[in-house]
Design a protein around this ligand. Structure first.
Ligand SMILES: NC(=O)c1ccc[n+]([C@@H]2O[C@H](COP(=O)([O-])OP(=O)(O)OC[C@H]3O[C@@H](n4cnc5c(N)ncnc54)[C@H](OP(=O)(O)O)[C@@H]3O)[C@@H](O)[C@H]2O)c1
Length: 281
């Protein structure tokens, strides 16, 4: 009869193995920047018909993820879905909670799981505080804040059941500043960032990571789509800021870095972070 052997692993060996694994992981992170590998993961990207959302969807697909392209423009999404490998088109108005519920159900049925939610759909609204139109403010509130919240509420139970997931909420660098005319948009984006960081704390034990990304001025249709009570001539829609604007591809890279690293806040540039943290470096 074979005798049972008791294996005793000396604590020093355990310690050595743990240290070795830690450094291997760290090395992997430093080389690849990876904590979550997006390959074979399933992702919802809202506002995927244009700009930052489209570039994010393209990048995720290129990295091997399956992507649900979400926005209001059905035909545009269907055309894009034919061009972007492993993607599906799901029409939804992100300012309407019942459409968000239907969208998440449809993605869950078609993909079987949801690993990543990128809440990117959004529109700007420029007005002086004194002149803010309350109905327009309500619309931007519904789209830029309630929409991401409703999408989070739909995916959280699914991610919890799966054992985890990642949620990225796209805020804006202006949410960290007090720029005249930006009050309605910036205040809602700031609320989105507080909501995200609070949810991050609440969900960390469920292995659900919530992060906020702060893009800088980015070359997309955003300025053209921004609602203004006083129309601005086309020539004045050119991006103006202290630094040259970013490309949508650059902003998408930052979003994917956020998915991979799980960092709480991802800033398009260090100067934005330093400005917020009161560090002039
Ligand atoms: N560009 C910038 O300078 C900048 C800077 C900081 C932050 N951001 C943020 O980045 C995100 C993406 O903006 P972008 O620059 O890529 O602008 P964009 O080119 O105008 O794209 C906006 C996207 O949102 C979608 N969208 C708008 N209203 C929607 C609704 N009711 N329901 C569903 N989807 C809707 C649009 O699709 P449909 O029209 O097809 O619905 C489009 O795909 C926004 O949250 C924006 O606030 C942008």
């Amino acid at each position: 009869m074979a005798s049972e052997k008791n294996f005793f692993i000396p604590p020093a060996t355990v310690c050595l193995v743990e240290t070795f694994s830690f450094w291997l992981l760290k090395l992997d992170y430093e080389i690849e920047g990876i904590f979550m590998n997006v390959k074979d993961k399933t992702a919802i990207v809202t506002g995927a018909s244009s700009g930052i959302g489209l570039s994010t969807a393209q990048l995720l697909s290129k990295m091997g993820a399956k992507v649900a392209l979400v926005s209001r423009s059905k035909e545009k999404l269907e055309k894009l879905s034919n061009e972007i490998p492993n993607s599906i088109a799901v029409q939804a108005d992100m300012a309407k909670v019942f459409e968000i519920k239907r969208m998440v159900n449809e993605v869950t049925e078609r993909f079987g799981r949801i690993d990543v939610l990128v809440n990117n759909a959004g529109v700007g609204y420029d007005a002086l505080a004194e002149k803010i139109d309350v109905d327009t403010f309500h619309y931007i509130f519904d789209l830029d804040l309630v929409g991401p919240l409703a999408a989070m509420q739909q995916v959280i139970p699914i991610m919890r059941k799966q054992g985890g997931g990642t949620i990225i909420n796209v805020s804006s660098a202006v949410a960290l500043m007090n720029l005249p005319n930006n009050g309605p948009y910036a205040s809602i984006k700031r609320a989105l960032s507080v909501l995200s960081l609070t949810a991050r704390e609440e969900l960390k034990n469920d292995n659900i990571t919530v992060s906020v990304v702060y893009p800088y001025i980015t070359l997309t249709n955003f300025e053209r789509n921004t609602i203004r009570d006083v129309p601005v001539p086309e020539s004045e829609l050119e991006p103006r800021g202290p630094f040259p604007p970013d490309t949508a591809e650059y902003a998408a890279q930052k979003i994917v870095e956020g998915i991979e690293s799980g960092e709480a806040e991802i800033f398009a540039h260090d100067w934005i972070k330093n400005r917020v943290r009161g560090n002039p470096q």
